[in-house]
Design a protein around this ligand. Sequence first.
Ligand code: AMP
Length: 188
Amino acid sequence: MRLLIIGPQGAGKGTQAALLADNLGVRHVSTGDIFRANVGHGTELGLAAQVFMNKGELVPDEITSAMVADRLAEPDMAPGFLLDGFPRNLAQAQWLSALLADRGTVLDNVLELTAPDDVLTERMLARGRADDTVEAIARRLDIYHSETKPLLDFYAALVVSVDGVGEIQEVQRRVLAALGRGDLVRGS
Ligand code: AMP
């Protein structure tokens, strides 16, 4: 399965994506995690990305897309993948469509995780990440609404929306049910 997960920061996207990838037996590819690992190791990519990340801005498309292309070319992508945090804008979405078309593959579903803005801000302030300043949070929410949300129209035929508010396992149950994989719910 080849999936995307889309949702504003703080909607529990990373947590649900990790669980879902595990349940489906595919790799969880988070562009934010890859950037953070590169920042942590002080790589050239990390240094280039850090200045944008700290402000809550998007890292330029050329840098991000090259990184995603490298990751998707690795052999462990064969069973499928769950992309988390990419694409973030229309240009990235079009780039991804072209990449997949080149390989003769398509996306199966786009999972949207929803949560109201007050819940989002509260959760982001609670997680205390280096780029979780009040300004960066506001900027990321802004970018989400103006650049990322329009992707839900771009992918309209593939979108499955799930309410992200609730206990982690309960939300995961909703996600699996919405994807038609209720059979994978633990204990069922
Ligand atoms: P995230 O963990 O998804 O919140 O990503 C953290 C930061 O990494 C974002 O605020 C951006 O600066 C950068 N980033 C992650 N994914 C992308 C992307 N697809 N395009 C541009 N920048 C990204």
